[in-house]
Every structure is written in C-alpha cells, then in structure tokens.
Ligand binder design. Structure first.
Ligand code: NAG
Ligand code: NAG
Ligand code: NAG
Ligand code: NAG
Ligand code: NAG
Ligand code: NAG
Ligand code: NAG
Ligand code: NAG
Ligand code: NAG
Ligand code: NAG
Ligand code: NAG
Ligand code: CU
Length: 582
C-alpha cells in the first residue's frame, strides 16, 4: 500500500479501527478510547540499512491517536523489550494528573521489561495537533507518533472546513542504534554522531541514496483546501519547511489556534507542531512539487545538513488508465532559507499570534506574582577519566545548563517523592531563581574557569495559582544557539523576545499582553532572550527542558514543583495503582 493511499484513507480507517466505548455519563460527554501499545523490536530498512528498532506495535512511526476534546484516553503500554521505557503525551496538560505525563524519573519510574502501565488521562480544553514520544534516553528516535485532537462534536474549526486532513511528522533516521550514539556521546564528553537522513512519516524520500521507493506522496485535487498537521519529532534539529509553488496559511501551533497568516516557508522547532492550510491550485494532472525540509542551525558542532522531500502530486482526472506517470515531467523544488538564517527565524516567530477570539480568548496573565530569570546554554564538567582527555572543549565534557545547573535525573520518580513528602535524597528546592554571577550573557565568552558548572536535581517550588513571568536568556558560553524549551503540564504565553541581553528597564514595555502566541515549546532566539508568562494552576512536578535531545542528555533541564491549592479540585490526584516502581 502506497503512502498516498494510506494518507487518503488512513484517517477514517483509524477512527473506525480503534476500539471505542462510551463511559458512564461524564459531564464533558466525552467518550473513553482504548489503545494497546506493545513496545517491541521491529526490523526496519531505510537507506539500504536494516536495523531492529524499538517500536510501538511494530510501526514506524508509531500509531496515530485520534480523539476529541473532552475524551478520556486509556493507553495500555506493555514493554516487551530490554530497554526501560516511558511514554510522554507531548503538550497534553494533564491537569492534576502528572502520573500520566510519562517522564522517566520525574513523573514515573520507567516501565521495565515485562511490565505494563495504563496511561489514563482526559483531554481538557485543548484541540489541535500534538504528539507522543518515549521520554527516556534517546528512544524517541523511533518511538513517536501523532495525537490528533478534534474539536468537540458539532464545534467547527475557526477556519473553513478543509477538504482533507493530512499528518506530516518529521523524524530523523540513523543507520546505527541511537542508544549506542548517546552512550558513546556521554562517555566521550563530545558531540554525537549525526543522523543519516530526515524523514517525512518515516520515509527519507528521493533525495537520499537508496531511498526513492521510500517517498511520502500526497495526491491532491486542484482547488481544494487541505489541512496539514506538521510535527517536528526530529531529535536534534529545527526545520525549515516549504512546498514548491504553494503558499501555506498558519492556523494553529502547539494545539492553540493562531491568527491566520500566509507564508511560503515555515520554521518548526523540535517538539513543536504547526497546522497549516494548503490551497491547491488549478495545476494540471500529474504536476509534481517537492515538499521539502532542511535544518535551521545555529549552534556549534556538526549536524545533519541534508534535505528531506516528499512529493505533492495533482491527481489524474480519470483513474482508469493504470500506466505510471510520465517520468519526464519536472518536479518543482522550493527555495528554503539558508541553514543559518536567524533573521528569517526571528521574523517568522514574531508573526505568530494567538487567535484571541471571543470563543478562544488569550488569557494572558496581566499581573505577575513571581519573576524568574534563567540563563540557558552550555558549560563544561570535568572529564571523569584520569589519564584520558574528553572530546569537549579544553578536554572536558560538554554539559547543558539552566542558571549554571546541569540537571541530574534522580534514581526514583520526583512526583512520587513529592506526593508522599519524601523528597529528601531525591531532589532539592534550591534552584536559583536568577543567575548567581550575572555576566554579559551574549558578549564574549567568559573565561575558562567560569565555564565549569554545578550538577544537581534542583527544583523551583511555587504555590498554586502563582502568576509566573520567566525570562530565558541564551548564553554565548561555547556558542549561542536557539534552544526550544518545553515546559511539561503547561502552555505558556510568549510575551516578548529579542536579541542580545534582556533589558529589565526597557524590554517589558514592549511586551505583548494582548494576543501573544501560546505554546508548549518556545525557542529562545540564538543570542537573545524570550519572556513567557503562565499561571501555575496545575499542581505536580513538571520538567522543563531543551527539546534538542543532545542538550537534554547533557542536563539542559530543570523542574518546577507546583504545590496543591486549598480546594479539593486544586490538588494533585492520588497515584494510580499500577504506577511503575523503581
Ligand atoms: C482512570 O482515571 C479515572 C479518574 O481518576 C478513574 O475514575 C478510572 O477508574 C481510571 N481508569 C482506569 C482503567 O484506571
Ligand atoms: C560514530 O561515528 C564514528 C565515526 O564515523 C564511528 O567510528 C562510530 O562507530 C560511530 N558511533 C556509533 C555509535 O555509531
Ligand atoms: C550516494 O551515491 C552516490 C553515487 O553512488 C555517491 O557518489 C554518494 O557518495 C552517495 N552519497 C551518500 C550520502 O552515501
Ligand atoms: C513553479 O515556480 C517556478 C519558479 O517560480 C516556475 O518557474 C514554475 O513555472 C512554477 N511551476 C508551475 C507548474 O507553475
Ligand atoms: C553539509 O555538510 C558537509 C560536511 O560539513 C559539507 O561538505 C556540505 O557541503 C554541506 N552541504 C550543504 C547542503 O550545506
Ligand atoms: C523581516 O520582516 C520585515 C517586515 O516584515 C521585512 O521587511 C524583512 O525583509 C524581513 N527580513 C527577513 C530577513 O526576512
Ligand atoms: C589509564 O591508562 C591505562 C594505560 O593506558 C589503562 O590501562 C587504564 O584503563 C586507563 N584508566 C582509565 C580510567 O581510563
Ligand atoms: C556585551 O557584549 C557585547 C558583544 O561584545 C557588547 O556589544 C556589549 O556592549 C556588551 N554589553 C555590556 C553591557 O557590556
Ligand atoms: C557555575 O558554577 C561553578 C561551580 O560553582 C562556578 O565555578 C562557576 O563560576 C559558575 N559559573 C557561572 C557562569 O555562574
Ligand atoms: C488565582 O488568583 C487570582 C488572583 O491573582 C484570582 O482572581 C483567582 O480566583 C485565583 N484562582 C484560583 C483558582 O484560585
Ligand atoms: C530500568 O529501571 C530500573 C529502575 O529505575 C533500574 O534499576 C534498571 O537499572 C533499569 N534498567 C536498564 C536496562 O536501564
Ligand atoms: Cu538546546
């Protein structure tokens, strides 16, 4: 079965094939949907290399989850591989229910070989495109898939109903085992081996060797509107994306509706999702256009600079003739921005605003209870070998830091420790709210000894309903880079961003408190800063981390502990009985 056929019929087929049962009268009138996720090894061949990958149900990418706002999901995960696993439902708020957030050693102990765990959660007040992925080591390289949240029955989109909906999930393919790559990287202290290809729905496409047969093809009719649900599941790179000779209209990011605007090219950072409308033109049958993506890269070190392409093809009017299409027809190619085009990136992100309509208001916190300032960037830690040098700068090991602290995952789950009042020896509550030693963050790199970092499992504790403002400042230590920071359990408003050092006197006056974009993964401009606001209305232990997997492995993370409120509906729920133990 070709990819195009799958695309045109897959959506309905999936809706029908999922076992659905109505639950007793739930107030939201949602239903409960059951999924069985069997974690198993699967042989997959790409670029003429065959590997046994960790998969869900033998699929690559993994199965699509399709729900409606208000539904409950029960996802029964059984681990039949040697690796420990946990699954994260990226962007789902998980109100009072961090037990289902799936971050190994933060909200749960991993599901070990032979064990199972049922992720049990509802979709409250969200609709759009999100995704799920493994949240332990680098297993998300192959363990990921889309989450499609349809609006409640009878509620239309705030844009014209599309003729068809298509999911496009970008990934990275490695010819060798990504687990071996991250193991080697952490041991050597240097940078990781890069991926061998990018993929669209698991397919590298015609621009790679030995790959033309693995091409994502989207057959379209002229004069129709298609909704493309784009997801960046790539481990380590931001992507520019464009379709030759077509314009895209952005309508949603990270499952929040946006003010529609047109663009030829978009930027999608690791962890982010973007819904776009594609209006097809009166092109002739069999006209072909590449849908291409390649990285936007700002950091140091090597990266995969290849281009992935799928093909948008106008359908033949009559499907009677079975002869294959004319190979001599040209395929038009889009022009993507240069790989280091930070101006384009800033321009593009500045254009995204919340829809902020009566039906979908932007409830931007107007007053702030607590202000935080976090630097985000790199540092060094001592090479552990006494007679060997590591591959990081000055023979040390690369680390990732937030406010000069490199986060260490504990040996047991923080959320449990918090719930049972047993945090001692698991985490501390002294994460610095501001840099200990302020410096010119985006100026010349600091002197060598200033590059050494602290390690720890440090958290910030905030009372329920605290209105938080957080400035995240990129640093130039070992090089500036755009870091896509993902906060679990929350969507945040991006009220400001800029280049250079944040200026607390001048910059707040320029904040957008009317219709800022609201999202779960926010890029800090390379060599700049971003200001976010959110109300801490979801009690629990929530990881915040760079969604570039290498940086996260290097410790570019921290965690928020949001305390219970007084009212019973403001308290963390008790843990489910099947929660895995360490
Ligand atoms: C899922 O969670 C709900 C709410 O906590 C609970 O009532 C229900 O019993 C749970 N279902 C399963 C199968 O654990
Ligand atoms: C990483 O790349 C180097 C150089 O090509 C190679 O020697 C090494 O085996 C690779 N490591 C892994 C885990 O694939
Ligand atoms: C692809 O194949 C061509 C021709 O065989 C070869 O020259 C080129 O090096 C290959 N590229 C990669 C990335 O393997
Ligand atoms: C696509 O755009 C290119 C460049 O603008 C143009 O040369 C080409 O004719 C266009 N293709 C079609 C089918 O219109
Ligand atoms: C990709 O990187 C390689 C190695 O650094 C370089 O030789 C090549 O020119 C780059 N390709 C593009 C398209 O930038
Ligand atoms: C950024 O946007 C402005 C105004 O929309 C435009 O004039 C400028 O050319 C853009 N710059 C880049 C690099 O795209
Ligand atoms: C130090 O070097 C010696 C001799 O090369 C080697 O046997 C030993 O394993 C090394 N120690 C470490 C910690 O790498
Ligand atoms: C920080 O460094 C930059 C680049 O060297 C410089 O332009 C700027 O003036 C410095 N800022 C301060 C406050 O020293
Ligand atoms: C980070 O912490 C280390 C260890 O305490 C210290 O040596 C270094 O100066 C600190 N760096 C910064 C930028 O605060
Ligand atoms: C949160 O605090 C605001 C005032 O800052 C108050 O108006 C609101 O009622 C509080 N919400 C809850 C759920 O306690
Ligand atoms: C799996 O997780 C358990 C609990 O944290 C740990 O003891 C064990 O070493 C892990 N196993 C592997 C293969 O990582
Ligand atoms: Cu990062």
């Amino acid at each position: 079965m070709g990819a195009s056929l799958f695309q045109s019929s897959g959506f309905l087929a999936l809706l029908l094939s999922v076992v659905t049962l109505s639950l007793f009268a739930e107030p939201a009138l949602g239903i409960t949907k059951h999924y069985k996720f069997n974690i198993k090894l699967q042989k997959v061949t790409r670029l003429c290399h065959t590997r046994k990958i960790v998969s869900v149900n033998g699929k690559f990418p993994g199965p699509r989850i399709v729900v409606r706002e208000g539904d409950r999901l029960l996802i029964d995960v059984r681990n039949n591989v040697q690796n420990n696993i946990s699954l994260h439902w990226h962007g789902i708020r998980q109100f009072r229910n961090g037990w289902a957030d799936g971050v190994a050693y933060v909200t749960q102990c991993p599901i070990q070989k032979g064990q199972s765990y049922v992720y049990n959660f509802t979709i409250d007040g969200q609709r759009g495109t999100l995704w799920w992925h493994a949240h332990i080591s680098w297993l998300r390289a192959t363990v990921y898939g889309p989450i499609i949240i349809l609006p409640k029955r009878g509620v239309p989109y705030p844009f014209a109903k599309p003729y068809k909906e298509v999911t496009i999930i970008f990934g990275a393919w490695y010819n060798t085992d990504p687990e071996a790559i991250i193991r080697e990287t952490l041991q050597s202290g240097g940078g990781p081996n890069v991926s061998d290809a990018y993929t669209i729905n698991g397919l590298p496409g015609p621009l790679y060797n030995c790959s033309a047969k693995d091409t994502f093809k989207l057959k379209v009719k002229p004069g129709k509107t298609y909704l493309l649900r784009l997801i960046n599941a790539v481990l380590n790179e931001h992507l520019f994306f464009s379709i030759a000779n077509h314009t895209l209209t952005i309508v949603e990011v990270d499952a929040v509706y946006a003010k529609p605007f047109e663009t030829e090219t978009l930027l999608i950072e690791p962890g982010q999702t973007t819904n776009v409308l594609l209006e097809t033109k009166p092109y002739s049958p069999e006209a072909k256009f590449y849908m291409s993506a390649r990285p936007y890269q700002t950091g140091f070190g090597t990266f995969d600079n290849s281009t992935v392409a799928g093909i948008l093809e106008y359908e033949k009017l009559h499907v009677t003739s079975s002869h294959s299409s004319d190979p001599k027809l040209p395929i038009f190619e889009p022009v993507l921005p240069p790989i280091h085009d930070t101006n384009f990136a800033a321009n593009f992100t500045n254009k995204i605003h919340s829809l902020a309509s009566d039906r979908y208001p932007a409830n931007v916190p107007q007053k702030v209870d607590k202000r935080f300032f976090f630097t985000v960037g790199f540092g060094l830690s001592p090479c552990q070998y006494s007679n060997k040098t590591c591959k990081g700068t000055f023979g040390e090991k690369f680390t990732g830091v937030v406010n000069n602290v490199s986060f260490t995952l504990p040996k047991t789950a923080m959320l449990q420790a918090h719930y049972f009042g047993k945090s001692k020896g698991v985490y501390t509550t002294d994460f610095p709210t501001h840099p200990e030693f302020p410096f010119n963050y985006t100026g010349d790199p600091p002197v060598t000894n200033h590059m050494m970092v602290r390690h720890g499992t440090k958290t910030v504790v905030v009372p329920f309903n605290t209105s938080v403002e957080l400035i995240m400042q990129d640093t130039n230590t070992l090089g500036s880079e755009n870091h896509p920071l993902h906060l679990h359990g929350y969507d945040v408003f991006v009220v400001g961003q800029g280049f250079g050092n944040f200026d607390p006197k001048k910059d707040p006056a320029k904040f957008n408190l009317v219709d800022p974009v609201e999202r779960n993964t926010v890029g800090i401009p390379s060599g700049g800063w971003v200001a976010i606001r959110f109300v801490a209305d979801n009690p629990g232990a929530w990881l915040m981390h760079c969604h570039i997997e290498t940086h996260m492995s290097w410790g570019m993370m921290m965690a928020w502990i949001v305390l219970d409120g007084k009212h019973p509906h403001q308290k963390l729920l008790p843990p489910p009985s099947d929660l895995p133990t360490c």
